[in-house]
Design a protein around this ligand. Structure first.
Ligand code: SAM
Length: 234
């Protein structure tokens, strides 16, 4: 279970109504039962239920069961698509070890709004489900132009575009650096965006093969490619 509270030996952890509902009504835990907690900072801890109620409860931390495992410094920058597919991208990015998720508006992006809180909850649930000890932050929707305008000089961009031909060999020889994967919307990147990306020294243009993938498939494929070439499952 993800909690905001610090986790340490003997630490009391109060539960909010949602957490109490999940533990006591859904999971049917009772006083004395054990539960595993993480907060994204202190690793995973075993805790025992001290008090259980309908609108809250209290846990007590006993021992650490996993140290904190931080993902590699890899952002996923993507143009949000239909709601369910955007949810899917965020869930898979959290599972596949992105450290930060940034939805962007591009020239051909359909949606001009996202529910950041809802996407953050998806990332948290995905981390809980896969036994992670870290939750990637989901940023608010922002224009791609603005993001690129303040792009850090040392952060490389794996730019995925179906019009490109250079493949994974471009990645394999890259020196260690913080990275971001960039995935476009269903309509692809505009000519202006392509021109701008091409001109940035941080950009490594990469093709994900000869077929045009849906944006959600492309996100999973690119995360897999990066993780297996430069990430923490090399
Ligand atoms: N512009 C295209 C069209 O309408 O024919 C489709 C864009 S595709 C559905 C959405 C995004 O997925 C692209 O902007 C790109 O980032 C990524 N993508 C899809 N297929 C790809 C491929 N073969 N190589 C690299 N990126 C790809």
């Amino acid at each position: 279970l993800y909690v905001e509270h610090p986790l340490a030996h003997g630490q009391a952890v109060p539960l909010n109504a949602d957490q109490a509902h999940y533990l006591f009504s859904v999971m049917r835990l009772a006083t004395g039962d054990a539960v595993l907690l993480f907060n994204g900072r202190d690793g995973e801890w075993r805790a025992t239920v001290q008090q259980s109620g309908k609108r809250g409860g209290l846990l007590s931390c006993s021992d650490q069961t996993k140290p904190l495992h931080l993902p590699p410094d890899l952002w996923l920058v993507f143009a949000p698509i239909k709601k369910a597919r955007t949810d899917f991208i965020v869930e898979k990015a959290a599972e596949l070890g992105a450290s930060r998720i940034i939805p962007v508006q591009t020239r051909h992006t359909n949606s001009d709004r996202i529910r950041q809180d809802r996407l953050q909850a998806h990332a948290t649930e995905a981390a809980e489900q896969c036994g992670g000890t870290y939750v990637p932050e989901v940023a608010d929707l922002q224009p791609l132009d603005r993001l690129l305008g303040q792009w850090p000089a040392d952060r490389r961009i794996l730019w995925c575009d179906e019009t490109l031909t250079s493949a994974r060999s471009a990645l394999a020889t890259s020196p260690p650096a913080p990275w971001a994967i960039l995935i476009g919307p269903e309509g692809g990147f505009s000519a202006d965006e392509q021109k701008r990306l091409r001109a940035m020294p941080q950009v490594t243009p990469v093709s994900l093969g000869p077929r045009i993938l849906r944006a959600d498939t492309a996100a999973v494929a690119a995360l897999t490619l990066w993780q297996s070439t430069l990430g923490d499952w090399r």
